[in-house]
Design a protein around this ligand. Structure first.
Ligand code: G3P
Ligand code: CA
Length: 269
């Protein structure tokens, strides 16, 4: 095998750039993960949805309005939903100007483009299947793109990819289709429901306001489908005090809009 690169060893808790580095560059764009890379942030999170003609794209909202110029480019349309636009139409949109003029021309990436950039940057990915109820079959399609890009090879599955969703059904489908893929459920299931989650998910990703030391310990007490204790990645933590607090709770990962700030807070003695 190849020699480990500096930075390959993950220090816990992981610091995960939410949608990239969205405090500094437009969320879910290639510019945003490049910015995260320049900050030395290895783990990034994204959101995957589907166009009208079946292409997977990286964008958070189900509408194109907030993060693109869709209303200017398509003034006659009556819907702004991702699912009502083709990939070619979405490729025409500017997904950077809303954030700042220097990002004019940033695009909504396809998942394929995005994966290639994550690979190029030597980054690791927490991939969210967003709104799967709108996109029947998106799990199989996501796995196909990942497979085409080499992300289902054993060295990736060993620790560079986690698939997350608010939909337990969606994660169950991913797990059944490709049991080797690590998954994580977005939410805060009750203690009594954790045993059933542990059959198909390797982690629980709760919102920061919903957790405590007791909750994190309860999740850790369960073993996931890959024989390890369930992980806890919490979101969205954007200040140093909260980052230190959730570290004391014992979380395994912190999902943040300001990954450099949080990493610095965790490195202080
Ligand atoms: O990764 C956690 C977080 O992304 C979940 O919420 O709405 O930002 O996708 P949202
Ligand atoms: Ca997300």
């Amino acid at each position: 095998g190849s020699a480990a690169r500096a930075g390959d060893v993950d220090v816990r808790p992981l610091v995960i750039g939410h949608r990239g580095a969205p405090a500094y560059a437009p969320e879910n764009t290639l510019a945003s993960i490049d910015k995260a890379a320049r900050l030395g942030i290895t783990w990034v999170e994204n959101d995957v949805q589907r166009t009208k003609d079946g292409e997977l794209v990286v964008i958070h909202d189900d509408s194109l309005q907030r993060t693109t110029d869709v209303e200017e480019v398509f003034p006659c349309r009556t819907s702004w939903e991702v699912k009502d636009f083709t990939a070619a139409e979405i490729a025409r949109l500017d997904a950077g100007s809303w954030f700042g003029r220097r990002y004019a021309g940033a695009r909504v990436p396809t998942l394929d483009e995005y994966m290639r950039r994550v690979e190029h940057n030597h980054q690791k990915l927490l991939l969210e299947i967003k709104n799967p109820e709108l996109y029947p079959g998106i799990e199989q399609q996501t796995l196909k793109v990942l497979g085409n890009d080499g992300w289902l090879d054993p060295q990736h599955l060993a620790g560079r990819l986690v698939v997350q969703s608010f939909s337990a059904d969606s994660l169950r489908i991913v797990h059944d289709l490709k049991p080797a893929v690590r998954t994580s459920f977005l939410g805060t299931p009750q203690f009594s429901d954790l045993p059933s989650y542990a059959r198909f998910t390797d982690g629980i990703n709760p919102s920061v306001g919903s957790i405590s030391t007791a909750y994190v310990a309860a999740v850790h007490a369960f073993t996931g489908p890959h024989g390890k204790p369930l992980n806890v990645f919490t979101w969205t933590v954007n200040d140093a005090d909260t980052a230190r607090q959730v570290t004391r709770y014992g979380v395994d990962g912190i999902i943040t809009n300001e990954p450099d700030v949080i990493r610095a807070a965790l490195q202080e003695p």
